[in-house]
Design a protein around this ligand. Structure first.
Ligand SMILES: [Zn+2]
Length: 254
């Protein structure tokens, strides 16, 4: 079910306990010289729409929230940013709108690295007043991490930024948006973790030109494999989440 295509009586009639609201959260920010700024919004939306198409009765898909927490890209420019406190507030507002309308299962489906910390804060905050609801937050690529790591050919074995993974995905979903003539390896990525402790560094400090990894190894074929693996795993994940009880104590989950 697609939220913005339904009427208020349609939405009123939805089974609150056995439907999961999918809230795609993404970003519009610089993606180096070869990828469009809307990469995260394009990919997260495409993945969320494919998920809804496979589970139309069990999911209620909201519009994609395109404004992300992207302050770490601002010095490069070409970036639209929500400050962290605004971003958490916005996620809370979307969640409260659904929870106060009676929905009991909500899933922030993320497509942008900078949203990961704030989305966790948002669900922890919502949980205080909605202990009888299921509050989920996760990045779409996380569900297929094993497949992604084993399929990536470059030595950057993780999802980065305008990297082998994201470039392959866009080559599959919107190939005409990739500036292939500007694709090159990113060079060294400066760590943001030193001996297990986090060091806050922005993209100007961490990267040579605003992107990471080996986009030169990206192909549309790999993109199709990544896309299908992600959607299949999301279908599995959402189906599993729907079997979890809406409990308020440990006893309810045994
Ligand atoms: Zn991003």
């Amino acid at each position: 079910m697609i939220f913005q295509e339904l009427t208020s009586p349609d939405i009123k009639a939805i089974d609150r306990e056995n439907t999961i609201c999918i809230i795609p959260i993404a970003a519009v920010e610089q993606h180096g010289p070869h990828m469009p700024t809307g990469t995260d919004t394009i990919l997260c939306t495409a993945v969320a729409e494919a998920l809804e198409a496979k589970l139309p009765e069990q999911t209620l898909l909201t519009p994609t929230s395109w404004l992300g927490a992207s302050a770490h890209h601002l010095r490069i420019g070409a970036t639209l940013n929500a400050d962290l406190d605004h971003y958490v507030s916005m996620l809370l507002d979307i969640g409260k709108s659904l929870l106060n309308d009676g929905f009991r299962r909500i899933f922030y489906l993320n497509g942008h690295g900078g949203n990961i910390d704030p989305m966790k804060i948002a669900v922890r905050e919502l949980q205080l007043n909605h202990v009888d609801s299921m509050l989920v937050a996760g990045s779409y690529w996380a569900v297929a991490d094993d497949f992604i790591v084993s399929t990536l050919e470059g030595d950057h074995k993780y999802v980065g930024h305008a990297c082998e993974f994201e470039t392959s995905m866009i080559m599959h979903v919107r190939p005409e948006l990739v500036r292939t003539e500007h694709i090159q390896p990113a060079g060294q990525l400066i760590d943001d973790v030193v001996n297990g402790v986090y060091v806050s560094r922005d993209m100007t400090q961490r990267t040579n030109d605003g992107f990471t990894g080996r986009p030169d190894l990206a192909t549309a074929e790999k993109g199709e494999q990544f896309f299908n693996a992600v959607v299949d795993k999301l279908v599995e994940t959402v189906s599993s989440l729907l079997t979890h009880p809406l409990g308020t104590t440990h006893q309810d989950f045994i």
